[in-house]
Design a protein around this ligand. Sequence first.
Ligand code: AMP
Length: 513
Amino acid sequence: MKFNELNLNEDLLKGIDELGFEKCTEVQERTFKHTLNFRDVCVQSQTGTGKTATFLISAFQNILTNEKFAGKKALILAPTRELAIQIEEEAKKIGKHLNLKTGCFYGGVSYNKQEKSLIDGVDIIIGTPGRLFDFMSSGKMKVNDVTTLIIDEADRLLDMGFLPDIKKILKKLPDYRNRHTMLFSATLSLQSRNIAWEHMNDPEMIEIAPEEITVTKIKQVLFHVSKHEKMNLLLGILKRENPKNVLIFTNMKHSAVEVSQRLNINGITSSYLTGDLPQSKRLRTIDDFKNGKIKILVATDVAGRGIHIEDLELVINYQLPEHSENYVHRIGRTARAGKTGKAISLACEKFIQCLEPIEHYIEMEIPIGFADENMYIEDKSERTFFNSDNKRKTSRSKTEKRAIDRANGYHNQSHKKGIGRNIQVKKHPKKNLNINSEIKNIPKFQHKIPVNKLKRPTANSTPEERIAYYKQKYGDNFVLNQSKKTEQSMKKIVTKKVQQKSFISRILSLFKK
Ligand code: AMP
């Protein structure tokens, strides 16, 4: 369906036109049917599907055309500052020709500027719950005339513990029967549904399947790679793909900083985005990434999820996400509003256990890529170790670590075979005893299972099975010790029996006498 078939306000249509939007996306087509008729909606939809425009256009159109909404406000709740700012940016673009003022309210920055915009008057209030509630409870933000409420990324708002703030905000708004409420969420969890039941007016449930983003539009590839060789492979991927822009995801904040610093040591300029950065720096980084000043950005889930970048070419999961939904959120950055993109995931021994739930969640196996030796580029940061404060230290080299691993009987062929799927491991050579002190500091990986490992004996195991197990564990000494023990205990039993026998015979002899 085209926007000009929706009977929208002319000035609103002008803004939409100027953005180059012609046809509605699926979520828009399915939602407008209800929202433009003032029906509440509860929409399950990922970012990248055009959901922001969906609720903004609905809110604008209703304020502009319905008497009940005329001169009244809209309130949009978002989980993060970045997302709130992006919503405001899009609102300003779509509503460019409308006489409606937008204001953005979020924590981490001074109250002054935001207070000023409240004094000037705001029609579309966008913000994070904490700061919004601060303004509401101090009486500086009046919300009794809010007739449109939008809750964006409800699942994340709840995950981040905003439920108490949301409830307090809802109490300050007009009753659900006297307002138009729209809830958007990547997943419609029980908690999100509860909000819908309690605070919405018989909402229409709309579900857009997440697989539509991942499966059909994104070229996904997965490389199995050991932790030690990840940076080499990342360098190889960046060289081969040479993307216009790439968003690299890590699970932890310190890993994002480390990966970015390692890339920089290798002469590849990159920046990082984590929740720890001061607000001004975060905003500057996002802006620079959007306008192409930064080509490579390493981010964590929270910081990276709300980023809206047009034409993002590549997403790399440097660490597989621990929550399967985040896989969809991450790779969804690269296939926004119908565009195609590419997502490469690196699965190492530390996060391999996340793969199965992810594949289950997206209902497909991620195609495996095979990297030949040329894809592993020398890593100049190899000897640099970053502690948890991301301070650099020099450490044992990767080659040394690998040599120790091998000496310990663990031969990592992950890049050839695939960790966790088909691993070949050599037998532990017993000769080199010094190696034990060396390997103490090296974490034991799940996939490093010695081939000759036997099952621990159970109560039902035969003596042969037990002996085989302990023999393997302790060597030949076990048998000697055991037989000694048996000898000793046998001796004891025999002596006891002899003693008992002699005692009985002595008593019998007394009776005989
Ligand atoms: P969102 O799902 O809100 O994150 O939107 C993803 C991107 O799609 C944003 O950059 C929007 O500007 C863009 N977009 C939204 N609706 C449309 C549309 N109908 N046609 C083309 N692009 C759109």
